[in-house]
Design a protein around this ligand. Sequence first.
Ligand SMILES: NC(=O)c1ccc[n+]([C@@H]2O[C@H](COP(=O)([O-])OP(=O)(O)OC[C@H]3O[C@@H](n4cnc5c(N)ncnc54)[C@H](O)[C@@H]3O)[C@@H](O)[C@H]2O)c1
Length: 396
Amino acid sequence: MEKTLGIAVIGMGQRGMNCHARNFVEYGAGRVNMVGVCDSNPDNLAEARRRYPDARASADYREAIDQPEVDVAVVASPNFLHAEQATFALDRGKHTFCEKPLATTFPGCRSILDAARRSGKVLEVGFVMRYAALFAKLKELIAAGEIGEPLLFDWRVHYRGGLHYFRTWHRLKRYSGGLNVEKACHDYDVLNWCFGQLPKRVVMWSGLNKFLPEKARGRECAACPDPCEDYLLIARTVWTRNTPDGLADDGTASSHCFYSSTKDVGDHYVGLMEYESGLRGTVQLCFYPSSPYGRQFQFIGSRGEILGNAHDRIIELHRRAKGSRPVKFDLSAESQGKHYGGDQRQVEAFLRAVQENRESLATGLDGLRSVAVGLAMEKSIEEDRPVRLDEIMNPS
Ligand SMILES: NC(=O)c1ccc[n+]([C@@H]2O[C@H](COP(=O)([O-])OP(=O)(O)OC[C@H]3O[C@@H](n4cnc5c(N)ncnc54)[C@H](O)[C@@H]3O)[C@@H](O)[C@H]2O)c1
């Protein structure tokens, strides 16, 4: 008979409130009780209290986590808080689901991994893409040798929803770690997972060529006399509500203009990756696309090639053999729901792993490795040079 689990959710913003709190209760199918909620923003805490009146509500994460009824802590606060909060949760003996990125620094990741080792509890990182049918198929095809030895790849993240990063805490590296850590950690994790190796060195260029202050029409979208097409694209979303108060150096307003906001992240990124095996690849991140295509990828191997398009949930396999016809995998039926269906599968898999006290599919070590690649990319941009992964993972 499975135990009923008590959970505490730290950070009741977009992800914590609208996804995890709801999903853990729903997908826990009567075996998950919400016993703690925490947010430093009084409005969000009040909303969490209204939705979960039986849970202990606190602005202090320690109070929400450190209750005997809490078995699982879910850390869904801004990235720079993950190291402290997840380390605390594990040290209090709680299984921990930590949102991606695991942390914004390499020592922060190490601190969480050390705490997981000390506690013996399950640590899962929010890599939902591993649980999505499309990326699972990609991994399966590469692992099965369908393209032979991977030789060259191209990976593009064109994220229209990323507009909101330029008004929230994501736009300042000290809170997000930079967009290579915040957003592309998902992508570096999938690449690490598919290839079973980390790049040995990377190089990247980035800049702002759309969200420039001189193109601003005002400072607040809500009061803008002449709303731009970008605001109109996302104006009705709730993204504007949950900006953590007191975080930004300019007193972040919830409808801050993408253009005039203070920011130190780029709106586009172009990078190269090189592996010990000779594999090389290109990555592109763009946060101002007009098309909704999202992620697209191409892998060329010694015996075949894979082309993929996450928007249409399609993967095409071409084998390098005379007369061979392309095989098309349409994964749309298995990709219903948020994050290509990954959200639900991840919560269910994590809860099973907790019940059995074993690791699940997205471990702390996976979290650390993807952050390492993201940090190497950020360092390359900052120092305008190629960066070896060793510089991040084994600094002298
Ligand atoms: N796995 C995914 O695909 C995915 C998707 C979206 C977000 N995320 C991650 O989830 C996390 C939260 O992102 P979000 O979009 O929900 O951001 P958000 O700003 O909407 O929510 C963060 C919440 O944390 C609260 N907060 C700030 N400081 C706090 C503190 N000291 N203690 C407690 N709460 C505090 C804020 O008030 C806010 O309500 C981030 O790490 C993000 O990268 C993951």
